[in-house]
Design a protein. Structure first.
Length: 419
């Protein structure tokens, strides 16, 4: 059971008919969706970049309190992903569900200006993550269904590279706003809201409502039932992917905690904190496409596990390397490499596993298992930091990641002579 299994379900999209001639070119819908994600990520990462500092230094959150809110911020989207994926398959309109998700997230951005308490802030962040959960699986399904199976890694790499461009620009914009605006945090939230609306407009105006070569008319008239969605769990390869994604997610420390740890270890000033995500995003941007293409050639299992090995190395550097000018560069480079080797490779692996008409649901199953596991990790890491300190908490995560990666390597090992 492995990420590059070439056998396919009876009605899976193999991309044979579209695999000749210009198949290696990225479909236009991938580029448009990449543009939408890029704009939306500028908005989202402006908030994400300042949120840890805002909560810890401005509102006085403890690591446990921040870990809980960070877990909610990431965990709510996981709970909603299954709903968004299933509804997109059921109504046979992935653009509609993606649009609802992008729209809800955009609506929540200006509400951050009104959030004056922890409860209100948590509610707004939960609604914003609900929008992310609704849009993620339908968006990835549109990318997957418009791309031949052999080039899934490349297509997701292109999309993630464009998405990461927004992740680079967002923290940079937040940094500049904080340095120039009198009330920096409110200014960041306000600008973020305006940018989010622009992303929704691009989706509505330029993303086609129906993909070329959609299923036959008689299949479109038959809605996807919940029973069919649950039957996906009978696919051994899907269970293996979902299980390994969850297992590894249990030891994947939240980005915000990584940046807080790096700030402490390297003695980085608060005014430079918002630039740390920029380092991760830069490496992700540079490597997303070549690493995605590499996964198509040598096997997605190999690249996926290598990415987690890079993350483990970053943990080791944070734990045992003395503070030097090279420490932030090394940790951020490894952090970005981890995302380049996993973020697009995992959904690309599902092209050979999940039938077309259930593609969004299948993506949601794997994405939800991973996100829920990371939600639990945020809570556990925040609690461990509060009780024992940041060093023991990170050491526990590192040991756990090493053990989980070994188990995932066995579960996802190639069968026979396959890659």
């Amino acid at each position: 059971m492995y990420l590059t299994d070439r056998s396919t379900p009876r009605d899976a999209d193999t991309g044979t008919a579209r695999g000749r001639g210009p198949a290696r070119k990225v479909a236009p819908v991938v580029l448009v969706l990449g543009t939408v994600s890029m704009i939306t990520d500028v908005s989202s990462e402006m908030v994400t970049a300042v949120l840890p500092l805002y909560l810890v230094t401005r509102l006085g959150f403890s690591p446990l309190g921040f870990g809980t809110l960070d877990g909610v911020y990431n965990g709510v989207s996981a709970l909603v992903q299954l709903t968004g994926g299933h509804l997109a398959d059921r109504v046979r309109n992935h653009k509609l569900m993606a649009g609802l998700g992008y729209g809800l997230s955009a609506l929540c951005k200006p509400l951050l200006l009104l959030a004056g308490s922890v409860g209100t802030l948590g509610t707004v962040l939960a609604l914003e993550r609900t929008g992310k959960g609704l849009r993620t699986a339908p968006r990835d399904a549109m990318i997957s269904l418009s791309t031949p199976s052999a080039n899934q890694g490349r297509a997701f790499g292109v999309h993630r590279a464009m998405d990461t461009t927004g992740a680079m620009l967002g923290p940079l914009a937040a940094f500049l706003i904080l340095r120039t605006a009198a009330d920096g945090y409110d200014a960041v939230f306000g600008v973020s809201a305006c940018v989010a609306v622009l992303g929704v407009l691009v989706l509505v105006l330029f993303v086609p409502g129906r993909r070329r070569g959609a299923p036959k008319a008689e299949e479109q008239r038959q809605p996807v039932r919940v029973r069919e969605a649950l039957a996906l769990l009978r696919l051994p390869r899907l269970r293996a992917l979902a299980g390994c994604a969850a297992l590894l997610g249990l030891t994947t420390v939240s980005d915000a905690f990584v940046y807080l740890l790096l700030q402490r270890r390297a003695g980085i000033g608060d005014e430079w904190f918002t630039l740390l995500p920029l380092g991760t995003a830069t490496v992700f941007l540079l490597l997303a496409v070549p690493v995605g293409a590499l996964a198509d050639r040598i096997g997605r299992r190999t690249v996926f596990l290598a990415g987690h090995a890079g993350l483990l190395t970053a943990y080791a550097l944070l734990l045992w390397t003395p503070s030097t000018p090279a420490l932030p560069l090394l940790v951020l480079a490894l952090h970005g490499t981890f995302y380049a080797a996993t973020d697009g490779v995992l959904p690309a692996a599902l092209a050979d596993v999940v039938p077309e008409r259930l593609r969004a649901t299948g993506l949601a199953v794997v994405g939800t298992s991973q996100a829920l596991a990371r939600f639990c990790c945020s809570l556990a890491f925040g609690a461990a930091w509060t009780v024992w300190g940041d060093g023991p908490a990170l050491a526990g995560s590192a040991v756990g990641l090493l053990c989980c990666a070994a188990v995932a390597g066995m579960v996802l090992r190639p069968a026979g002579g396959a890659r």
